[in-house]
Design a protein around this ligand. Structure first.
Ligand code: NAP
Length: 287
């Protein structure tokens, strides 16, 4: 293997320490940073994600309140209860950030839920106002997964200005916001998707290739130019464990740096989501 590793686990540890120090600074100013997590229904995967967030909150000294709304099957009343809870959390000065666990149960209006969140408490960065801020280049809360891709690159000293970055995938959670977040760093950005005719022909042009698709084996060694940097945001559960989009061993022979799956992008997302609680507090209370 020739490539160096973009180590998300190690970076998560460093960022956790930074957040812990900021949490203490906020406490000294009389504000205890707190995340409110809202969970609808009883999806076991979502419950596991919530438990993982609670654990990291404990590690960094951030308070975390979890609100469970049972899904009795009456979607209208579930949605009414959810919107009322969000309104309450928006108005609660002790709540720094709100996370509504996705996916929402079928029948709940996701667009309505996202637009009801106070944009400065929207730690997922998915509300329409935060989406608009990403497009316009204004400061706002940004989604954690594209931010993880950027942090891995920037903190590893990869300079993006003037480089050609190829993003594979234009999904709402990763690829699309990532494109606009990258543009702030002045690379040339090319976006590929399922209609791209010859994916390898495009990815071979990339000084940096970022994949966010969810198809293991999509990015092969011969689709990457020698010395390129590869960030793999894809995560697909398989019987052999979590897999990224890149064929790791092949791509690592050609690339200069590569993020593994697991241990790359995904290792950073929870800490960056929690960092958004602090960004939101800065926007509301001043830094
Ligand atoms: P998504 O909304 O399903 O988007 C997938 C994108 O991949 C679409 O734009 C699709 O193109 C494109 N695509 C599909 N087949 C392709 C192909 N053969 N060649 C090129 N592009 C192709 O997914 P997402 O929510 O953005 O998530 C993307 C990946 O990131 C998934 O693996 C997901 O699990 C992972 N993820 C990871 C984290 C983390 O914490 N690490 C967090 C969130 C998501 P079209 O637009 O043309 O359909």
């Amino acid at each position: 293997m020739a490539a160096g590793i973009l180590d998300g686990k190690n970076l998560a540890y460093i960022i956790k320490e930074e957040i812990r120090a900021e949490v203490v600074a906020w406490q000294l100013r009389g504000h205890t940073p707190k995340l409110a997590v809202v969970l609808l229904g009883e999806d076991p995967a979502s419950q596991a994600y919530v438990a993982a967030k609670q654990k990291v909150c404990r590690e960094i000294g951030m308070a975390c309140d979890v609100y469970f709304l049972a899904d009795s099957g009456d979607k209208d009343s579930l949605q009414t209860d959810l919107l009322a809870l969000i309104q309450r959390l928006n108005a609660d000065g002790t709540v720094g950030g709100i996370l509504v666990e996705m996916p929402l149960p079928v029948g709940i209006n996701k667009a309505l839920v996202l637009s009801s969140l106070d944009p400065d408490k929207d730690v997922d960065g998915m509300s329409p106002i935060n989406r608009g801020r990403i497009l316009s280049g204004e400061q706002g809360l940004v989604p954690a997964t594209p931010m993880s891709c950027l942090e891995l690159l920037v903190r590893s000293g990869v300079r993006l200005a003037g480089k050609h970055v190829v993003v594979v995938g234009r999904g709402e959670t990763v690829g699309k916001p990532l494109v606009y977040m990258l543009l702030r760093h002045n690379p040339t950005v090319t976006i590929c998707h399922s209609f791209t005719r010859d994916l390898g022909e495009v990815t071979r042009l990339g000084d940096v290739v970022i994949t966010a698709v969810g198809k293991p084996g999509l990015l092969r060694g011969d689709m990457v130019k020698s010395g390129a940097v590869v960030v793999d945001a894809g995560t697909t559960p398989t019987p052999d464990g979590l897999r990224g989009d890149a064929v790791f061993d092949e791509v690592a022979e050609v690339a200069s740096l590569i993020s593994p799956v697991p241990g790359g992008v995904g290792a950073l997302t929870t800490v960056l989501l929690l960092r958004n609680v602090l960004f939101g507090m800065q926007r509301r209370f001043g830094s």
